[in-house]
Design a protein around this ligand. Sequence first.
Ligand code: F6R
Length: 263
Amino acid sequence: MLVVLKRDYREVGFEAARMIAATVRKKPAAVLGLATGNTMMGMYEELARLHREEHLDFSRVRTFNLDEYLGLASSHPRSFHSFMQGHFFTRVNVAPANIHIPDGMLSGGYEQYCDSYETAISAAGGIDLQILGIGRNGHIGFNEPTSSLASRTRVKVLSAGTMEDNRRSFGAGEKVPECALTMGIGTILEAKRIVLLAAGASKAHPIAKAIEGPVTASLTASALQLHPDVTFILDEAAAVELAQKEYYRRVLEMTAVLTPARL
Ligand code: F6R
């Protein structure tokens, strides 16, 4: 596990974009696992700039989003489809046929559909780089506390706290979705490489638990400790509760010398 400590939100986004760009330059047909949310906006902004100004080419990249609200049409302004179109896909050259986001308008046949999402990931050769955010309750994707650490893509009922957090992006009186389709923890752990971004004081507690606490379904991001190639990119506020910051700095320095390809 690598912990990269950055100053602020902006630097977190730059660093994550740099890692994605390095992956795509090395493997132009890379399979990217993508996330939505406030934490991701700076990263997508920087990727759009790299495409525009430095010709970073996404034409062969395949993408799989982590999750989508159940009950929202892709055209709904709060759907993750809309988020991805607005912040990323309309600003770079990912081929529409290469974009995969769970279908929020599904009304039945959930298991079959979720199995087909997993099959599509496998058929693409698996995810090369999975990008994650973290919820205040430590969720990754929408794998809420007590999700099985072996879970696969499925329908998940959202916790009251997550619905409260999500309410902020919905209009007054608008119904906040109670369920989502999400990749499972087992799905996420099969990615070849995982990068989790976190910024802001509200993430300090789940980040400390995910990195330095026990592996537990009560805080699903802690399952990342089981993966051999995970990088956490944190700003100062999100890193404030970590006990071993000095050690992480030294590990990073030595990694740059010994195995720079990991960075
Ligand atoms: C979104 C997702 C979620 C978010 C998390 C943090 O696709 O999978 O796990 O990454 O809820 O959201 P923000 O960044 O809005 O705090």
